[in-house]
Ligand binder design. Structure first.
Ligand code: SF4
Length: 378
């Protein structure tokens, strides 16, 4: 069946999409997508609101990929569009293909922090003394839920999880073993396997641009392509946020306390790591506040952002940051083999990355770089 026949007013799409209205622009776009996939090469389409662009590429893409066992990668910028594609449009496309006797497999793959990590969840659930009561109850519920769940996607969890707690139980690529060596009850593995089997795989621009290993694909559709430069700047640039300082400090302090409690002894290194973490949690925000103020963003500034001025950067990194990195080497030395060791290494990688990106911002002053600061009172 041709793409034109699929989109015809009395075609299979009309039979499967409630309220379907034939739109010549949509049919024309779909035909162009189908032709491009068949002959190879690229196609740029600009179409206004209401044309039905997603179906105009999804249906020909699915028709091209599924019968031949190919895979089309669809990249979008916003989560809203991903959900629309996954929950509303791909089910219609799958029904149309089913009418033609062709099964279609679709999947979504998102960045690491969109997935629950069963290992981190169980580890935290075993240390309820570190948690407020409400979090302990929620973790217990999640620990029950994971036993029968088949996805680790945050949006599919049975309960909303506050961001602070989520950071401690989401997948952390630094401590997650390489693909193929997943933990026994890993839910992310199932999402990953579905992605590897999919004919149509939906990802976001950040993942597309990242070095994360995406399954091989035979064609690529970039939706919301006008946002790709912005996503690329965010991905390839250096960004230092208040949250990075605070999370690093908070997690280092918690790990040092946990190791000290497990060992029952400390040669002073763990207490030192805890003190460094506490200093970093103070110096990081003070450092950012000072730079913001040097750029003219006082706590009551009306403008939310502006150029990051060279003269505002004439200073060195907060002293506690290199000290924290050295302390983490000591924490690693005292970590028992296994979970603590993995977490220590992951925190070391994060501390080094934060220092590296901060140095880039402070020192790299070439005409090719653009630097920007955003200011939210804290
Ligand atoms: S493989 Fe990674 S995501 Fe899965 S449970 Fe283990 S650490 Fe977590």
């Amino acid at each position: 069946m041709t793409v034109d026949e699929l989109f015809a007013p009395d075609g299979p799409l009309a039979g499967e999409a409630p309220g379907y209205e034939f739109r010549p622009q949509q049919a024309r776009m779909a035909a162009a997508v189908g032709e491009t996939l068949a002959r190879g090469g690229g196609l740029v389409v600009e179409a206004g609101t209401g044309v039905g662009k997603s179906l105009a590429y999804l249906l020909p893409a699915a028709l091209w990929a599924a019968p031949a066992g190919r895979r089309v990668l669809v990249s979008t910028h916003t989560r809203a569009l991903q959900e629309q594609i996954l929950d509303r449009e791909l089910p219609v496309v799958a029904r149309v293909l089913r009418r033609l006797g062709q099964p279609l497999r679709c999947a979504l793959l998102m960045g690491a922090d969109n997935y629950l990590c069963v290992r981190r969840l169980e580890r935290l659930a075993q240390a309820p003394e570190l948690l407020p009561d409400s979090s302990a109850a929620l973790l217990e519920e999640l620990a029950r839920w994971v036993k029968t769940a088949d996805t680790g996607l945050r949006s599919r969890l049975p309960q909303l999880v506050a961001q602070g707690l989520w950071r401690s139980i989401c997948r952390d690529p630094e401590s997650c073993p390489e693909q193929g060596r997943f933990c026994a009850r890993c839910l992310y593995r199932r999402d990953r396997e579905r992605a590897e089997q999919a004919h149509v795989l939906v990802v976001n621009h950040a993942l597309l641009l990242s070095s994360a290993r995406l399954p091989h694909s035979d064609a690529l559709v970039i939706d919301e392509a006008h946002t790709l430069p912005e996503a690329a700047a965010a991905h390839f640039g250096a960004t230092v946020t208040l949250g990075r300082f605070l999370r690093l400090a908070e997690e280092t302090g918690a790990l040092a306390r946990r190791i000290a409690a497990a060992r029952g002894d400390d040669d002073g290194s763990l207490a030192q790591a805890e003190r460094c973490a506490a200093r970093c949690a103070e110096e990081g925000p003070a450092f950012l506040r000072e730079i913001a103020s040097r750029c003219g963003f006082a706590p009551d500034a009306k403008e939310p952002g502006g150029r990051l001025l060279d003269e505002a950067l004439d200073r060195s990194e907060p002293q506690s940051l290199p000290e924290l990195e050295s302390s983490l080497a000591e924490v690693l030395r005292l970590s028992a083999e296994g979970e603590d060791e993995q977490e220590s290494r992951a925190l070391q990688v994060r501390a080094a990355a934060l220092r590296r990106e901060l140095r880039e911002i402070l020192e790299l002053r070439t005409p090719e770089t653009a630097r920007w600061i955003e200011w939210f009172p804290f």
